[in-house]
Design a protein around this ligand. Structure first.
Ligand code: NAG
Ligand code: NAG
Length: 297
């Protein structure tokens, strides 16, 4: 049997359109990720109260690296030009069958969010703007010829179908060069979504792969790519016009930069912070100390 997995990407367009070179639209890149069993074409019907709009996407085949080489169709559809602070409903599918209808709400415009009252109310109502999942999904998504990954994606659907689900890879995603991670989660990133950033309200979120330091068999080039990208990204985010709008810079990654337990494997090596063979350190004197240079203000 072949599974058809549908992944929905939703971008929230800004009121003022600004072109970003490597993106289709300028956006906080707040895309809910959701998964469905569906057949046929990649279609999303959506709208504010009626599902009166249609968006089409494309399907690609993902082949798991396990012995069965299980194949799945991954459907990606982008909804463009959504309004701020607006509730939408949508479903996904085709003439062969439709999913349930899911709601989602786009975040408010601008950066001047009043956080506490909003957070309290939203939390009490069970509403969140974004979910950050810093790696180690499903232990492990590639297990049982990727059936564990399928089951995990089904289980997070009630959350991830309504709230942007933003991820970074952990060591448990390393099988077959992180392909279950890269194929199932579409982040606005480089090198198969291993690292990327997005803006949400007053925060610039940066997601890095700490795993590039630990799985060198997939290419040391990734360490350099990420390092250069990160330096540029932080320099841009730190430009006065950007930093004044988004004073918060939040970095997420799977392994801690610092830890207090000397006996843990991550703490013994700390490659993320100290670099590999002294190169591409994300903290320290040897190389440019990106974090202290750009983020300690
Ligand atoms: C692993 O994936 C990354 C990201 O797509 C790619 O740059 C790298 O070349 C791959 N490594 C191998 C050994 O295939
Ligand atoms: C930072 O500022 C530049 C120039 O104003 C702008 O083009 C860019 O989109 C901003 N980047 C971010 C990440 O906010």
């Amino acid at each position: 049997m072949q599974f058809f997995v549908l992944l929905l990407m939703i971008g929230i367009a800004r009121a003022k359109l600004v072109v970003v070179p490597d993106a289709h639209y300028y956006c906080a890149y707040c895309q809910p990720e959701q998964i469905h069993i569906a057949f046929g074409d990649s279609v999303v019907e959506y709208g504010e109260t009626l599902m009166d709009q249609t968006a089409y996407g494309a399907a690609t085949i993902f082949v798991d690296g396990g012995t069965e080489h299980r194949k799945q169709w991954i459907h990606r559809v982008t909804l463009e030009n959504l309004k701020f602070d607006t509730k939408y409903v949508y479903h996904v599918g085709s003439q062969y069958g439709w999913s349930e209808v899911y709601p989602f709400k786009t975040p408010p415009a601008g950066q001047d969010w009043v956080s506490m009252a909003y957070l309290q109310e939203e939390a009490e109502r069970g509403h969140f703007d974004v979910i950050l999942h810093v790696g180690d999904f499903a232990y492990d998504m590639d297990s049982d010829n990727a059936r564990v990954g399928d089951q995990f994606m089904r289980q997070i659907t009630p959350l991830a179908a309504s709230v942007p689900y933003m991820t970074c890879p952990g060591n448990h995603e390393q099988a077959y060069n992180f392909s279950n991670y890269a194929s199932r989660f579409s982040m606005p990133g480089h090198d198969s979504s291993l690292f990327y950033s997005f803006n949400l309200g007053p925060v610039h979120f940066v997601s890095i792969s700490t795993e590039v330091y630990y799985f060198l068999q997939y290419g040391a080039k990734l360490i350099a790519n990420q390092y250069e990208w990160l330096e540029n990204d932080l320099a841009t985010a730190n430009l006065p016009e950007n930093r004044s709008k988004r004073p918060w810079i939040v970095i997420m990654g799977h392994r801690p930069m610092y830890c207090s337990d000397l006996h843990d494997g991550d703490c013994l090596v700390e490659f993320t912070r100290t670099g590999v063979m002294g190169m591409f350190v994300l903290q320290g004197d040897t190389f440019i100390s990106i974090f202290s240079k750009f983020t300690s203000k």
